[in-house]
Design a protein around this ligand. Structure first.
Ligand SMILES: Nc1ncnc2c1ncn2[C@@H]1O[C@H](COP(=O)(O)OP(=O)(O)OP(=O)(O)O)[C@@H](O)[C@H]1O
Ligand SMILES: [Mg+2]
Length: 258
């Protein structure tokens, strides 16, 4: 399914299917994800949003009975499903932020420095600069500059989620996957993360799963609606929330089920 934008897609899904053992989770997904934009995945619980997100950086490899078939082209070339690709390298390009903020049980500084160090040989001052830069980008620098040695786990929920986003952007990915990143946050922290996400799209491609229709409407450029593992509708967000093409989309976004 194509959106109206002419930009070349950063991800192209062709006949993507996925199952857990005998249980089908995704059926024939075809879609393009556009670069430097925010794409929202919506749909009722169990419709396959997280499963699809995990296909993008091969996180399903970690689930024993998960089987993915079909193609996901990255920049029109590399097939993410190719058995031969370097998965560690891929995950550096396609980072992920989870529902529950999950800082490492290390210092705030080390939470960010770790990935930078693993990615490339860097000097202490280079790392210091990039840690500061990442914390500034997520609006956390002022809050934590004088306590970088404190444990990341001692931050508030909203701060911890922003630390996790900082950790993700510090390794300079191209795509950031977010699976319900604000569902564990209070309204103010949610607003901060939403504003941050909007800023991120200047440099990154964001794919965000959300159960919050207002959130999808507020921040995303395109929205994909899933039901029972199928992509029902994929449209520019403004269009989807004003004139959905499909009756089932309309029922879902108007709160008739889900
Ligand atoms: N590890 C697993 N093993 C077996 N089945 C799974 C596994 N993970 C998910 N599923 C099943 O796959 C389907 C899709 O699940 P998924 O987690 O992708 O849905 P979701 O849209 O993210 O739901 P939610 O909104 O509740 O997070 C569901 O039927 C779920 O039970
Ligand atoms: Mg999910």
């Amino acid at each position: 399914m194509e959106t109206q934008n002419e930009t070349a897609p950063i991800l192209t899904l062709r006949n993507l299917n996925m199952r857990y053992g005998e249980k089908k989770a995704l059926t024939d997904i075809n879609m393009d994800i556009l670069p430097r934009s925010i794409t929202a995945f919506i749909g009722p619980s169990g419709c396959g949003k997280s499963s699809l997100l995990r296909c993008f950086n091969r996180m399903n490899d970690l689930i024993e009975n998960a089987l993915v078939t079909g193609e996901i082209l990255f920049d029109g070339q590399l097939n993410i499903n190719d058995a031969k690709i370097d998965v560690t390298q891929l995950r550096r390009k396609i980072g992920m932020v989870f529902q529950k903020p999950n800082p490492f049980p290390k210092s705030i500084y080390e939470n960010i420095a770790y990935g930078i160090r693993v990615a490339a040989k860097s000097t202490k001052s280079e790392i210091d600069d990039r840690v500061e830069d990442a914390l500034k980008k997520v609006g956390l620098w002022k809050e934590v500059a004088d306590r970088l040695k404190d444990a990341g786990t001692r931050l508030s929920g909203g701060q911890a989620q922003r630390l996790c986003i900082a950790r993700t952007i510090a390794t300079r990915p191209e795509i950031i996957l977010m699976d319900e990143p604000t569902s564990a946050l209070d309204p103010l922290s949610t607003q901060t993360v939403e504003e941050l996400t909007l800023e991120l799209k200047e440099n990154y491609t964001v794919v965000i799963v959300t159960h919050n229709m207002q959130q999808a409407a507020r921040i995303s450029d395109n929205t994909a609606f899933f039901l029972h593992g199928e992509l029902i509708e994929y449209s520019p967000t403004k269009l989807m929330f004003t004139r959905p093409n499909n009756k089932r989309t309309e029922d879902y976004i108007t709160g008739r089920f889900g």
